[in-house]
Design a protein around this ligand. Structure first.
Ligand code: HPA
Length: 235
């Protein structure tokens, strides 16, 4: 039976779902990294696939941009399709001086300007954190293959275009590594529904240096990060 936003059959998703923002990236990941990949949903062109990686079942589905969109899909994946682990694979804009384009960030925690976790936590401030076991798995895999990672607090913003010209400096002063748009919502809803979540991010922009990856660099960076993440999840 489908949900309001996913037109897949019951049991169509693996317990582990990779969750890129762009549905065409989900298609690319399925084609490039999974064997026997089958498209399981295409409602609103938000494509989802299930296949095998190293012989283990894995799904990949687009989340759309932002907490609002990604929360709809993640909630339906967990509640209706029995998904246990959601790993966002995406890009972020660095604010920390210690980060450079192409660096890998594991979002240990996610601060936010969104109100979603207060809505689900009786108005209180919820400390949105990653699943330790997922994070440790990816960090260990990165160490095995000699890829440096930055592990820390990211900022999940509702506004890609902030009206505050000083926001990047404010975030950096509080030790935030980078800005993205989904992790805090994903971590909050994973807690609400008893699932595990992690955001693995490639630095595609540096907001305090006006530095940006081109399309080719993005593709190469996100592919390398995706492969590392799959190797960790399906070790
Ligand atoms: N802001 C929010 N999300 C992002 C950015 C950014 O600058 N770069 C990549 N994802």
């Amino acid at each position: 039976m489908s949900t309001p936003h996913i037109d897949a059959a019951d049991g169509a998703f693996a317990p582990t779902v990779l969750f890129p923002g762009d549905p065409l990236r989900a298609q690319h990941i399925a084609q490039r990294f999974l064997t026997d990949a089958v498209q399981v949903t295409s409602a609103r062109n938000m494509f989802g696939y299930t296949g095998l990686y190293r012989g283990q079942p894995v799904s990949v589905m687009g989340s759309g941009m932002g907490i609002a969109s990604s929360s709809i899909y993640a909630t339906e994946l967990i509640r209706h399709y029995g998904v246990k682990r959601i790993v966002r694979v995406g890009t972020c804009g660095a604010v920390s001086d210690g980060l450079a384009l192409g660096d890998l960030v594991l979002a240990l925690s996610a601060s936010t300007d969104s109100n979603v976790n207060r809505l689900r936590f009786a108005g209180m401030d919820y400390a949105a954190g990653a699943s330790y076991s997922l994070l440790r798995g990816v960090a260990d895999q990165a160490e095995r293959v000699g890829v440096p990672v930055h592990v820390g607090n990211v900022f999940s913003t509702d506004l890609f275009y902030s009206p505050n010209p000083n926001i990047a400096d404010t975030l950096a002063a509080m030790g935030i590594l980078a800005v993205e748009m989904e992790a805090a919502g994903l971590y909050g809803l994973a807690a609400e529904f008893g699932a595990q979540a992690l955001a693995v991010l490639t630095v595609s922009d540096h907001l305090r240096r006006d530095a940006h990856m081109d399309v080719h660099q993005r593709q190469t960076g996100v592919d390398a990060m995706t492969e590392l993440t799959l190797d960790a999840l399906c070790a």
